[in-house]
Write a protein that binds this ligand. Structure first.
Ligand code: FPP
Length: 259
């Protein structure tokens, strides 16, 4: 049985096919960025939010339809309490500082993750961000907060079981339709900044066929140059989705070599 998705770019104009529809990012390195400047780790996260706001715009300008970022993992509660509370406060500050701008720029904001244990204030801020941008269509920014890829699989299974679905009706498509980001295509490109080479429980189900890109650049320093390097590397990848193909890697000959 062939469960692999077919290439979602098949049939697109070549120049469009080179641009990922969905980019997922693990924004790592904020703490080290701050420490290098003798600043508290939370300052790195604060500058990280500014970097994120710039990158959303850059992704939209390049025709990317979905940007999903890992802002707070299910495991991040284990961090020192001042960092955890700093991150929570930062979200509230970020919503009041940037919501109007993002809404005006055509960004739709969606929050994914377990909201049951975040504060009422934070839940209200998320709701405000989602409602204020619900009509926007230029790019969707999905912010994964109190999220884990394993949590997502478990919550999808729970919903299916709660609906009384018979076991023989459960397949990949049904499970995918219950995942938190079922409104988005699977990520084409998965970027992790900060030099670590792992997925760390971000979108485990959805990244089965994503192209992975790792960079030493620390997240607050990630700008257009780094984004374009990742996109150029992506455009050179030969995406096969489990098939054998005789063709050359997509337009590889037309592109400059990786720098
Ligand atoms: C990893 O860097 C980063 C995080 C755990 C948080 C990322 C969050 C933001 C950029 C803020 C997002 C907020 C909103 C409102 C979307 P790290 O702390 O693990 O860095 P290190 O590896 O250098 O220690």
């Amino acid at each position: 049985m062939d469960n692999a998705p077919s290439d979602p770019r098949a049939g697109l104009a070549p120049e469009r096919a080179l641009v990922p529809r969905h980019v997922a990012i693990v924004m790592d390195g904020n703490g080290r960025w701050a420490r290098k400047r003798f600043m508290p780790r939370v300052y790195g996260h604060k500058v990280g939010v500014d970097a994120l706001v710039r990158i959303v715009q850059s992704c939209a300008d390049r025709g990317i339809e979905h940007l999903s970022v890992f802002a707070f993992s299910s495991e991040n509660w284990k961090r020192p309490s001042d960092e955890v509370s700093g991150l929570m406060s930062l979200v509230l500050v970020a919503v009041s500082k940037y919501l109007a701008k993002l809404a005006g720029d055509g960004v739709r904001i969606r929050i994914v993750g377990d909201r049951s244990i975040v504060s009422d204030k934070l839940r209200a801020a998320w709701q405000e961000a989602e409602e204020a941008t619900a009509h926007n269509t230029r790019i969707t920014l999905s912010v994964a907060f109190n999220y884990g890829g394993r949590w997502d699989v478990v919550q999808a299974c729970r919903k299916i079981v709660e609906a009384g679905t018979p076991a023989d009706q459960i397949d990949e498509a049904l499970l995918a339709s219950h995942m938190a980001m079922s409104y988005a295509p699977d990520p084409d490109l998965f970027i992790r900044t900060g030099g670590e080479i792992r997925i760390s429980n971000f979108m485990l189900w959805q990244t089965a066929y994503s192209e992975l890109y790792f960079t030493h650049c620390l997240w607050p320093d990630f700008g257009n140059t780094e984004l374009d390097a990742a996109l150029a590397a992506y455009a050179r990848r030969d995406r096969r989705f489990g098939e054998v193909r005789d063709s050359e890697p997509m337009l590889a000959a037309a592109l400059p070599a990786d720098s």
